[in-house]
Ligand binder design. Sequence first.
Ligand code: ZN
Ligand code: ZN
Length: 447
Amino acid sequence: MINTKRVPMASFTLFFLSITIILHVFVAATPSSSSASEQLSSSTLPTRFLDFAKKPETFDWMVNIRRKIHEYPELQYEEFKTSEVITEELDKLGISYKHPVAETGVIGYIGTRKPPFVALRADIDALPMQSKVPGKMHACGHDAHTAMVLGAAKILKQHEKEIQGTVVLVFQPAEEGGAGAKRIIEAGALENVSAIFGLHVMPNYRVGEVASRSGAIMAASGRFQATISGKGGHAAIPQHSIDPILAAANVIVSLQHLVSRESDPLDSQVVTVAKFQGGDAFNVIPDSVTIGGTFRTFSKESFKQLKQRIEQVIVGQAAVQRCNATVDFFQEKKPFYPAVINDGGLHKHFQNVAGSLLGTNKVMEMPPVMAAEDFAFYQEVIPGYFFFLGMQNDSSERLPLIHSPYFTVNEDALPYGASLHASLAATYLLKHHHDVTIVEGKNHDEL
Ligand SMILES: [Zn+2]
Ligand SMILES: [Zn+2]
């Protein structure tokens, strides 16, 4: 994922020297970056932004965008109409952008066009599920994510003079399995960006609540598929066949031993076989069976180990039943997702901003989950922070979870997401612009 080129020792020395200089400058700049006037701005910005986002003209505008995108769900790297909606709105707002980036992505810029740079991310793709449009549905709320980053863009554009740096808007394709974030990074969109924020709507929390944590919050994810081949024949004469159904059944049972017997119980892991395809007659033993599933861990080491053992167990257990097995991890087409690891410094920033925008009792600490998010790719190259935005109304029935065919977005959450995005970015820049003013021209470039 990250290019590793051979770098001469002299470059390393220079690199560490410049890091030391930056650190010294940062320490020296810290007192001046917390002047009274800025503290005032940082503390009042969030509520001002929330008020702006709640105004009927901003709210209705976001709702319309959300519904427009919802009507035309598009799958990974085919988000053509979706990116058209985004660029049209950016044009109307007078915000400059690059398009296309990573096939269908859009990267917008608000502020001075100078350092520091901070990024806000929205994923724009739909899921391959049934809706009014055959085989496509916005069942993960990415339509709402897009509307909220556009909402943040509207707020920030309105207050552009107060922005002490540049906000980079990242509308990325293909979150659902296509590793769009990785492509955005490869396209160079995050060069010079110091931090990135992203959110996901979450029906488990109430409107006006947010939840996150420092450190690991979502798991690394891989997928596998195996074909177990035997010898087909009459079901009543099994001695003339090699039964791949029985072999596959034993493979599945043995795979369950990996987490229960081989991994540390305190190191969370999952292996799930979610796919089993083989045979289509009551009285015929098929030639082969295909099974497939997913595996999750938090640590890179456990991930590597689990992948290796999945392959060994499938091939070895199939051999016990005289079958051959081949295992495919689809790494070329569908890169593994790393774990989502939230930066500790950005966690404090988030708690301050979300606390003053929503009230500290609305900022929840949540346990990690084994679901995956390609936001993790950004966090492998720059500090990043990912959080969940509540959608449940007290009065309404419990909302269906994401990826459910009944999934719905509670649009009341939109102003909170938009103003949180805008506040996180604007106050981050307020806090950090002194650091780069001093070293500008040496360590940062303009976009
Ligand atoms: Zn999803
Ligand atoms: Zn999602």
